[in-house]
Design a protein around this ligand. Structure first.
Ligand SMILES: *Cc1c(COP(=O)(O)O)cnc(C)c1O
Length: 335
C-alpha cells in the first residue's frame, strides 16, 4: 500500500473513514458563490468505543505494547479525556488491563463533568481509574503508580498524553495516505486541511504524511491546549521525529497554528465553539465536541466569514470525535 516503513500496528479500525461534502452548511454560509467546497473526514466514525482520532494512534501503541510483552497499559489525561476513553476501549478489545490516571485540570465542578461523558464510558470499559487529588504532583503520581505495578511483577507500557509520540503519529501518516487515496477516487484535490491540535500528534502525523507524499496541502491546526508558540514547538518536534522514523530527514514543512479559538483555556467553553457546534448540528445533523473539534470548526467558520479562504478552495475538516464529551457539558450547551 505504501513505500514507507511502518513500525507495525494492531488493526483496530476496519475500514477507511468516509469523506463527505457539507452541502447544507455551504449553502448556509453562501459559499457556493465563491466556489468554496467544504468536506469532512469522518474520523469520529472509527467503530470502537464511541470513535475518534486516538484510535489511529492506539493501533501503533498497542502493537508496540504487545512486542514488549506488556501486561498492562497505563495512560494519563484529563477527567474528560477522549484519549483515556479510547485507550480503555481498545484495551478491552485487545484483552489487556488498562489504568487511567486522570487529572482534574479544568475548572468545571458540576456533577455531569465529574462523572458523566467519557468517565462513565471509562468505567464501563473496565479501566482502573485513578483520579489525582488537588495538589498532587501529576508526574510523580504517574511514576509511583507505574512503579507499584512493576513491583507487583507487571510489565507496564506507558502511553503519554494523547498518545502523541512519533510512533503514535504514524496513525495520522496512515490517515494522510488514506486521504490522498480518497482524493484520487473523488477526483478532488484538497487545498486546505483544518484540524484541532491538543497534544499535537494528529496535526504532526498529517504534516509528516503529506510531506512524505510530497503533497503541499495547507494544514491549519487550532490549538486548544497550549498557546501558539508552545503548540508550534511541540508539533514541529513531533513531525521531525515522525519523519526520522521513516528515515526521512526532510525539514521542509510548515506548521501553521492558530490559537484564536483557545478562549480562557483547555476545556473551557467559548461562545464561538457553541455556535459552531449548533451550526453543524442544525445544518448537517453532525456532532462536534466542545473541547477540540468545536473550537477548530469555529476557527474554520471564522476564516470563511472573514473571506480568508480563496475562491475555488476545497477544504477538508477532520472530524476527530469526542461526542461523549457533550454529555459532560450539558449545562453549558443547553438554552
Ligand atoms: C485528542 C483530540 C484532538 C486533538 O488531537 P491531538 O493529537 O491531541 O492534537 C482533537 N479532537 C478530539 C475529539 C480529541 O479527542
Amino acid at each position: 500500500m505504501s513505500k514507507f516503513t511502518f513500525p507495525g500496528k494492531k488493526k483496530l479500525i476496519d475500514s477507511v473513514t468516509p469523506i463527505i461534502r457539507l452541502n447544507n452548511f455551504e449553502r448556509s454560509l453562501d459559499l457556493v458563490h465563491d466556489e468554496i467546497k467544504i468536506y469532512v473526514k469522518r474520523d469520529d466514525l472509527t467503530a470502537l468505543g464511541g470513535g475518534g482520532n486516538k484510535t489511529r494512534k492506539l493501533e501503533y501503541h498497542l502493537h508496540q505494547a504487545a512486542l514488549t510483552g506488556a501486561t498492562r497499559i497505563v495512560t494519563t489525561g484529563g477527567l474528560q479525556s477522549n484519549h483515556a476513553r479510547l485507550t480503555a476501549a481498545c484495551c478491552a478489545h485487545q484483552n489487556i488491563p488498562c489504568t487511567l490516571i486522570l487529572s482534574n485540570n479544568v475548572a468545571i465542578q458540576d456533577d455531569e463533568y465529574q462523572s458523566n461523558g467519557n468517565l462513565l464510558l471509562d468505567s464501563l470499559f473496565g479501566a482502573e481509574i485513578i483520579k489525582a487529588l488537588p495538589g498532587d504532583n501529576f508526574g510523580e503520581l504517574t511514576e509511583s503508580v507505574i512503579s507499584q505495578y512493576e513491583q507487583a511483577g507487571e510489565k507496564v507500557y506507558f502511553i503519554p498524553l494523547g498518545g502523541s509520540t512519533a510512533v503514535g503519529c504514524m496513525g495520522y501518516v496512515d490517515a494522510a495516505i488514506e486521504i490522498a487515496e480518497q482524493e484520487r477516487e473523488m477526483d478532488t484535490t484538497f487545498t486546505h486541511i483544518y484540524v484541532a491540535n491538543g497534544s499535537s500528534g494528529t496535526q504532526a502525523g498529517l504534516i509528516a504524511g503529506f510531506t512524505l507524499l510530497s503533497n503541499p496541502v495547507y494544514i491549519k491546526g487550532y490549538s486548544v491546549l497550549f498557546d501558539k508558540v508552545v503548540t508550534q514547538q511541540n508539533t514541529k518536534r513531533l513531525v521531525t521525529e515522525t519523519l526520522a522514523l521513516q528515515a526521512s530527514a526532510s525539514s521542509v514543512f510548515s506548521v501553521n497554528i492558530d490559537d484564536s479559538q483557545l478562549g480562557k483555556g483547555y476545556g473551557l467553553i467559548t461562545k464561538d465553539m457553541r455556535d459552531a457546534l449548533e451550526c453543524l448540528a442544525r445544518t448537517e445533523g453532525l456532532l462536534l465536541d466542545p473541547v477540540y473539534s468545536g473550537k477548530a470548526f469555529a476557527g474554520l467558520m471564522h476564516d470563511l466569514k472573514a473571506k480568508k479562504i480563496a475562491r475555488g478552495a476545497n477544504v477538508l475538516f477532520v472530524m476527530t470525535g469526542g461526542t461523549p464529551g457533550l454529555f459532560a457539558y450539558s449545562r453549558y450547551l443547553q438554552n
